[in-house]
Design a protein around this ligand. Sequence first.
Ligand SMILES: [Zn+2]
Length: 444
Amino acid sequence: MKRISAAMAALFLLLGVSPAQQAESKPAPKVTYIKVGRLFDGTGDAVREKMVIVVEGERIKFVGPAADTPIPSGAAVLDLSRATVLPGLIDCHTHLGARADRYDPIYDFKDTPFQSAFAGVLNARTTLEAGFTTVRDVGSAPFLAVDLRNSINEGFVPGPRIVASGPGISITGGHGDLNNYSPQTRVSMFPEQRDYGIADGVDQVRHTVRAQMKYGVDVIKILASGGVLSKGDSPGAAQYTVEELKAAADEAHMAGRKIAAHAHGTQGIKNAIVAGIDSVDHASLIDDEGIRMAKEHGTYLVMDIYNDDYILGKARDFKIPEEFIEKEKAIGRLQRENFAKAFAAGAKMAFGSDAGVYPHGDNAKQFFYMVKYGMTPAQALRAATSDAAELLGRSQDVGSIAPGKYADIIAVGADPLTNIREMENVLFVMKGGVVYKDAITKGK
Ligand SMILES: [Zn+2]
């Protein structure tokens, strides 16, 4: 309750209105009618033609056939009747603070966290304009993703909705540690918390998860195997015991958060599944038993099967260490084949691309590989809409075009169900009822 000052009361008296009437006279939320040529709503396989979406404020109010939906004269109209309209896309594995032109290890020592914050502001906008209206950011300096999320939610900078993690939690010497330099070397800004990322043993893992939540993360990311883009560790090797992973999962779940595990190696994947982790990301060397276990536990697989092209291609121009290239060569092709196997076997899949390893904004290039390795275009699109929303626990808000959901709406020129590469050229982006990109009605 706000107390009304005497001066305010006098003003209301002067204007002849009561405070209650003042509240009522607030302008009604803006209503926009979107004429849709073809609608893929994020659920099912069907495309409906000649539809109308009514947006009120930041949410969708109504979706129906154009024939039965009269548009009042004078209403605000967006004419997307020549386009295919889809829900805003979701990428469940991004690093908005990362740049794909900084592979020289010297940047481990030159960059302050502010460098990656600048990158984050730019990358957030690029990502949104590519049609990705929601991302799960899984690993950045403490607590860049949280700050960026808050700045975007305030409307201070444009960007997607962010489901923010802290730094990926790592064992000493693991994928999240700075390895193979002298023991005198440190770049940590927050040594008292081991940068909120390095944790050994059940107690430290619990503490680190709790500390991250204290500073506002939505989701926990833990590193359950070695990685490709880190020195001195093997992607195939498990990192953390099942007990440590389970402690992290239990802490996250107790606080109503989800938890994602980075795992390339066969055993690390299984450890994460057994520990009750919600998604296994990368999952490169998953075997038949791991696929069975993922199905049994309902664990999502988030397999980033595009970025191999970039790591083995353009990244060489940016001094990517030979060690990283060798590791990627060893697992890149296997990851794609295992994606095909896991999907054919019926494992749950959500779209995640590891944006930041390759340039932000190219996220949709992964759709081509998802289709090449066994998905129909509709299945690939659902992985990046309704299925991804389910993994994030945000189905009530995002991932489909239906009444009550946020008006996160994108459009492409031609039908992506016949040519999935259309997704690489998103022409229209609305997030929360606000248009951020419009090369359709403004492009004429
Ligand atoms: Zn990653």
